[in-house]
Design a protein around this ligand. Structure first.
Ligand code: DP6
Length: 358
């Protein structure tokens, strides 16, 4: 079994380059079975699985220069952005035990997202994944003997320490994070590609993201996760998520779209039910989130298409549908759903295959 120890860099005799620069593009992901509840250090209370996305990504360059003062400068979309520094600094502090050589460098981080900054789409998963990959490229330069598998596994391990869901933003098209008895090699420490052959019904699956509310969330994911401690339904929820993952694993292999819809929508609503029943309680859905859900249910009943929704920790709705039904579903979205989006904004995305070095 892989443990934390396996990720501690030990090749101490290797020389460190004076300068190095790496660029990675890492995708966002949308969870089908949700991660909500964790223990320290960033270990999930249940296993989760997500579709890796394609159009929504973060592209990050890290320029490393050997230096005695290990300072960080951050540029977001070409502008210096000091507000991003604490989060990156915290990430560096959490990972330096595993990549100690980074403390010998000052870093210039240049980052941008493919999606608008204030879109309500969290960039922490793609952002932390891209940063982790830049760190791993430096490790690979110092120690070229590491295998490709180790490179990506450790990138996921480091990304997880920045943001849990970032562990699932390295590879694609489906990634499991969290130990699960039915998923070989699954681990709480890093994401692992879904190990089984996926039925063609789920190839090129679409995700149209309806931007219902682009404002800052009133309750951050970190606060929300914490409210799962002492939550009256927490233990049941963690068990349920693991059961749902076992069911979904079969569904992904057999192509059973009806069961897929049932599991995925139930997961989305359960996630929000956990928020509604936290203490203090909170609601991240907006009236238009519910309008969209009702419209999707009505359209599905009328057309017998396999369109469904999922939600992340916010008001936006991810509308999921198979490649075969894209024309009819697209038409429905444009004609009936985008009116519920803020400034009619939405993003057409689909399942992708993971991060790429640029
Ligand atoms: C609802 O990964 O954003 O999107 O680990 O505190 O950074 P931290 O939380 P984060 O939580 C994501 C929660 C979710 C569900 C999911 O992606 O599985």
């Amino acid at each position: 079994m892989t443990t934390e120890q396996d990720f501690i860099f030990t090749a101490s005799e290797n020389t460190l380059p004076e300068n190095a620069s790496f660029t990675w593009k890492a995708p966002s992901n949308i969870a089908l079975i949700k991660y909500w509840g964790k223990s320290k250090p960033q270990l999930p209370k249940n296993a989760s699985i997500s579709f890796t996305l394609d159009a929504c990504y973060t592209q990050t360059t890290v320029e490393f220069t050997k230096s005695t003062n290990a300072d960080i400068t951050v540029y977001f979309e070409e502008q210096q952005k000091d507000d991003f520094k604490p989060k990156i600094q915290q990430f560096i502090n959490r990972i330096k035990e595993y990549v100690p050589f980074i403390t010998e460098y000052s870093m210039i981080v240049r980052t941008r997202n493919s999606f608008p900054h204030s879109s309500g789409i969290a960039s922490s998963a793609s952002g932390m994944a891209a940063l982790a990959l830049c760190m791993m490229s430096l490790e690979k330069t110092i120690n070229p003997t590491i295998s490709e598998d180790y490179f990506f596994q450790k990138a996921s391990f480091l990304a997880r320490l920045g943001s849990g869901s970032a562990a699932r933003s390295i590879e694609g098209p489906l990634v499991v994070w969290g130990t699960h008895p039915e998923i070989k090699n699954s681990s709480d420490l890093f994401g692992e590609k879904f190990p089984h052959k996926v039925h063609e019904n789920f190839h090129n699956f679409h995700d149209t993201i309806l931007l219902v509310d682009k404002g800052e969330k009133q309750v951050s994911s970190t606060v929300g996760h914490n409210l799962m401690h002492n939550h009256p339904f927490a233990e049941q929820r963690f068990k349920q998520a693991n059961k749902n993952l076992a069911k979904l694993s079969k569904v992904l292999q057999t192509g059973d779209l009806k069961s897929f819809i049932h599991i995925v929508e139930s997961e989305a609503l359960t996630l929000h039910a956990m928020m509604l029943t936290s203490d203090p309680y909170f609601i991240l859905m907006k009236p238009n989130t519910l309008e969209i859900i009702q419209k999707i249910w009505k359209f599905r009943a009328e057309t017998e298409t396999n369109i469904c929704f999922t939600l992340d920790a916010g008001a936006n709705v991810h509308v999921l549908y198979p490649e075969k039904e894209k024309e009819i579903c697209n038409k429905f979205i444009v004609n009936e759903l985008i009116k519920y989006c803020q400034n009619q904004h939405y993003i057409c995305d689909m399942v992708g295959f993971g991060a790429k070095q640029i």
